[in-house]
Design a protein around this ligand. Structure first.
Ligand code: SF4
Ligand code: SF4
Length: 145
């Protein structure tokens, strides 16, 4: 995988109001990691957007768990959507989205083709059990037909 994608820990993808979806599976993992109840995690760190639970952003616009110069503060407990980047559906099905992702994420090998990216991405998502199926509670970016 490192010849396709190797995160440089720059934190760019943790900035901005991205709306990190917290699926029921993610909530259980995050609560265990933080040693809190699921209700406490929701109360302190998340908010509902329709039927989906999402991580809140800090006042600086970054994910509430992102610390400048330190990165993700919940790395081992982070949601599936964070584990899956950059292999989101949009980047898998659309070469232009892939090119845009590659232009802002220095972890994506700048030499690989879209086909190589798709092949590696699908293998990774399946191996790590990151594919989603429930559009009401899971991230659309992980629902890959
Ligand atoms: S933008 Fe890419 S390289 Fe930077 S932290 Fe995110 S995944 Fe890693
Ligand atoms: S949970 Fe961690 S990896 Fe995911 S957006 Fe927040 S800081 Fe980034």
């Amino acid at each position: 995988m490192s010849d396709i994608f190797d995160c440089k820990m720059c934190g760019t993808c943790c900035e901005g109001r991205g709306g990190i979806v917290v699926s029921p599976k993610d909530l259980t993992r995050l609560a265990r990691f933080l040693k809190l109840s699921e209700d406490q995690v929701i109360e302190r760190y998340a908010e509902y957007a329709g039927s989906k639970l999402k991580l809140r952003n800090a006042d600086n616009g970054c994910c509430i768990f992102f610390a400048k110069d330190q990165g993700c503060q919940v790395h081992a407990g982070k949601p599936d959507i964070c584990r899956a980047w950059p292999f989101f559906r949009g980047n898998l099905v659309d070469a232009e989205s892939f090119a845009m992702a590659r232009s802002f994420c220095p972890g994506i090998n700048s030499q690989i083709s879209h086909e190589e990216f798709v092949q590696a991405g699908l293998t990774y998502l399946r191996k790590e059990n990151l594919l989603a199926h429930d559009a009401s509670h899971e991230a659309n970016a992980l629902i890959v037909q």
